[in-house]
Design a binder for this molecule. Sequence first.
Ligand SMILES: *Cc1c(COP(=O)(O)O)cnc(C)c1O
Length: 366
Amino acid sequence: MIPFLSLKDVTALHGDEINAAVTRVVNSGWYLQGEENKRFEANYANFLGAKHCIGCANGLDALIWIFRAYIELGVMQPGDEVIVPANTYIATILSITENGLKPVLVEPKLNTLEIDDDLIEAHITSKTKAICIVHLYGRNAYTDKIGALCKKYNLKLVEDNAQAHGCKHTDGRTTGSIGDAAGHSFYPGKNLGALGDGGAVTTSDDKLAEAVRTLANYGSSKKYVFKYTGRNSRLDEIQAAVLDVKLKYLVEDNAHRKMVANYYYDNIKNPLVSLPDRLHDSQNAYHLFPILSEKRDELHDYLDKNGVGTVIHYPIAPHKQECYKEWNAMILPITEYIADHELSLPISPSISLDEAKTVVELINKF
Ligand SMILES: *Cc1c(COP(=O)(O)O)cnc(C)c1O
């Protein structure tokens, strides 16, 4: 049996240190807003090359706080538009609509699966205030063309870095430090995953950082003084301590993912299966290994019968979801093609090369 992802095995890779960190917090008697958060925030900001990191409750909240903070600071107002890839996890879109902003969905490129930067400019209007890129599957979605559009039209660049911890752009900058602000998720299955929910906002903008930190703490900047109608959305000390251990091994763990991915790229040979463009250097954190197949559902069932777990990311595109009825009639052929043909193969810091070989042998026989 080769599971799609064994969180138990992933945690066990650094199990002793994680257990020691959890025990340290348990015994400390201090569980929120303490030294563990301070240390992790400083280390993660430093890792990314960002000035500020603000821990919060989860990745969705991180993105919500970025847009909400821009509204509180008067940079955006409800009704403004945010350009966003149509092919993404629903949380990206939810963070925009939650703030009364309007997502403008842009198709991805089929060879990269990321937002098509050639299509963005045509979607910019006088109401556009930001481009939100998503480094989906762990692949860098930033391009110099996107950076130039942000400059030309004075738009904020927000990064959804939930799937791409440790990924880089060709110029060496780490994703999550390229735009004006980034939202990160530490959901257990992510490259940098906690033992429960967690998230963070990173930015080098002092005002934005201050607003996000305030919003995520009831809107309170000083004890019992409330500046905004915020919420309780904090990262707890146990999760911060666990994340600080795992951050030390992130580069190593991503290198293992890359080795597995390279094996897949070099050895998968089946005309029924196509792979997205192979990215060079560190432009891919290999959070997921997406493939496309005309026989996707048959391939999924065949691998399942042979003991290999695979998952579809994602079977229903955001514009086809019941929660966004108003978009259900939209036709976004590439996004829909991906929803109908994508399948993610097992990839993680704990999968062995022998297991990857078994996956490839099965695919090549399909
Ligand atoms: C996981 C994820 C999120 C949300 O993170 P949570 O911590 O689960 O709230 C947002 N965007 C993308 C692309 C994700 O994969």
